[in-house]
Design a protein around this ligand. Structure first.
Ligand SMILES: Nc1ncnc2c1ncn2[C@@H]1O[C@H](COP(=O)(O)OP(=O)(O)OP(=O)(O)O)[C@@H](O)[C@H]1O
Ligand SMILES: N[C@@H](Cc1ccc(O)cc1)C(=O)O
Length: 422
């Protein structure tokens, strides 16, 4: 087993906290063990934030450990209150069942489910919770939890002092379920370690305590820093502005562009967190810190991530499209490419009549008023099919329609909208 494994994770910025680093180090030296991470199917797709624990499971699998994905069929019926501002809306059972299937098929892409002893497996906590008896649960499990301690956990503390947004008993009890999961998977799958985002620290440590009380055995927890959006909020299913794994929700082109547009300060951090590129190679690039290397690093990051999530074929398509869009060789695209561009690609609007340019800029949400539209056109920021247009009274005509169907509208160098004439 790799002695430097933990140091490696640390150098990549993957570790927020470990409950007992020495114990984990010893465990890594002695044997291959099983570890788990839970995902609550509270939406129909995984998002970027989930890739962090998934990639971390993969890193453990690569050194011989067995990753277990626990889908929270039961816990998603309750709703994790950890660091949430307010009470969640209860999800319907039938929605959770559908979302579970979708998430299950997404997860299968990221881990190896056919590699012998350390093949990944997926389990669902609905199986052990669906028939649990309430009296037994309160007597056998509830008795081990001190409400006095629970209300002091950082993850829920805020909710106790807010008059407008309190916490229901349902959400308050969530931690008991996740804690019992850890005890259950320790007993039934010999799981020694639970990983999760740093918002899971309270739930994970509750499970460690419960397992010790039940079986007098020490298990471990490791958390990963939370990936945040540009507004500082966590990437989460129930938050807005996410990058999704499902290509219907975030098209592969937008996905690729998200990485290409990574800020200079984030690019090496993301490379370390998300990819398997050798840390020394990343550090070499980081040291150079020049514009050319930064550009190459962003491209490498976008390629790696799109390959991991959408596969080689889609990657080569979005690269081709990006190259054409950014090198003004639009007329090289075939009609089929435009169709694919809509499917995998850039924002599209459907228009019936030849509108004027100002109105169209509003339609495609580049701006919100005609005055802004005029200013934008005057400032030379708008192009139609790669040709600059500075006539504020411009009206689209048939010459603008490639294959009689498509027009590419562009604001500056990065904002695109495809018009499909129907
Ligand atoms: N932005 C993120 N950065 C790092 N880890 C994350 C992020 N978002 C979720 N995770 C981790 O992924 C695992 C599964 O998360 P889960 O699907 O249950 O919740 P979620 O996406 O945070 O959804 P919700 O917004 O409904 O709480 C957890 O360990 C969680 O901490
Ligand atoms: N509470 C976790 C999901 C989870 C569910 C059950 C578990 O046993 C572990 C983790 C989250 O919301 O992110």
């Amino acid at each position: 087993m790799n002695i430097q494994f933990i140091d490696n994770l640390k150098n990549r910025g993957i570790i927020s906290q470990i409950t007992d680093e020495k114990f984990l180090q010893n465990l890594l030296l002695k044997k291959n063990f099983s570890l788990y991470c839970g995902f609550d199917p509270t939406a129909d797709s995984l998002h970027l934030g989930h890739l962090l624990p998934l990639m971390c499971l993969k890193r453990f699998q690569n050194i011989g450990c067995k990753p277990i994905i626990l889908l929270g069929g039961a816990t998603s019926l309750i709703g994790d209150p950890s660091f949430k501002e307010g009470e969640r809306i209860l999800n319907l059972h039938k929605d959770i069942e559908q979302w579970t299937e979708k998430i299950c098929s997404q997860i299968k892409k990221f881990l190896n489910f056919n590699c012998g002893e350390n093949s990944a497996i997926i389990i669902n906590n609905y199986h052990w919770f669906k028939n649990i008896n309430i009296l037994k649960f309160l007597r056998d499990i509830g008795k081990y939890f001190s409400v006095n301690q629970m209300i002091n956990k950082e993850s829920v503390k805020k909710r106790f002092f807010r008059k407008d947004k309190g916490i229901s008993f349902t959400e308050f009890s969530y931690s008991l379920l996740q804690a019992y999961d850890f005890t259950y998977v320790y007993k039934n799958y010999n799981v020694m370690l639970q990983i999760g985002g740093s918002d899971q620290w309270g739930n994970i440590t509750a499970g460690i305590d419960l397992t010790y009380r039940f079986y007098k055995k020490k298990v471990l927890g490791l958390t990963i820093p939370l990936l945040t959006k540009s507004d500082g909020k966590k990437f989460g299913k129930t938050e807005e502005g996410n990058i999704w794994i499902d290509k219907e929700k975030t098209t592969p082109y937008s996905f690729y562009q998200f990485w290409i547009n990574t800020s200079d300060t984030d690019v090496y951090k993301f490379m370390k967190l998300f990819t398997f590129i050798d840390i020394h190679k990343i550090q070499e690039m980081e040291k150079k810190n020049d514009v050319y290397t930064l550009k190459k690093a962003k491209e490498k990051l976008a390629n790696e991530m799109t390959r991991i999530v959408h596969g080689e074929k889609i990657l080569s398509f979005v690269r081709k499209i990006s190259k054409i869009l950014f090198t003004d060789s639009l007329y090289q695209l075939k009609e089929k490419d435009f169709e694919n561009l809509i499917k995998n690609g850039i924002p599209t609007i459907n228009l019936f009549n030849n509108l004027d340019l100002q109105q169209t800029l509003i339609h495609c949400q580049f701006i919100s008023s005609r005055t802004q539209a005029k200013n934008l056109i005057k400032s030379n920021a708008i192009s139609i099919n790669s040709k600059k247009i500075n006539n504020i009274n411009y009206i689209f005509n048939n010459h603008d329609k490639i294959f009689n169907r498509f027009t590419l509208l562009c604001r500056g160098k990065k904002k695109y909208c495809l018009i499909q004439w129907i």
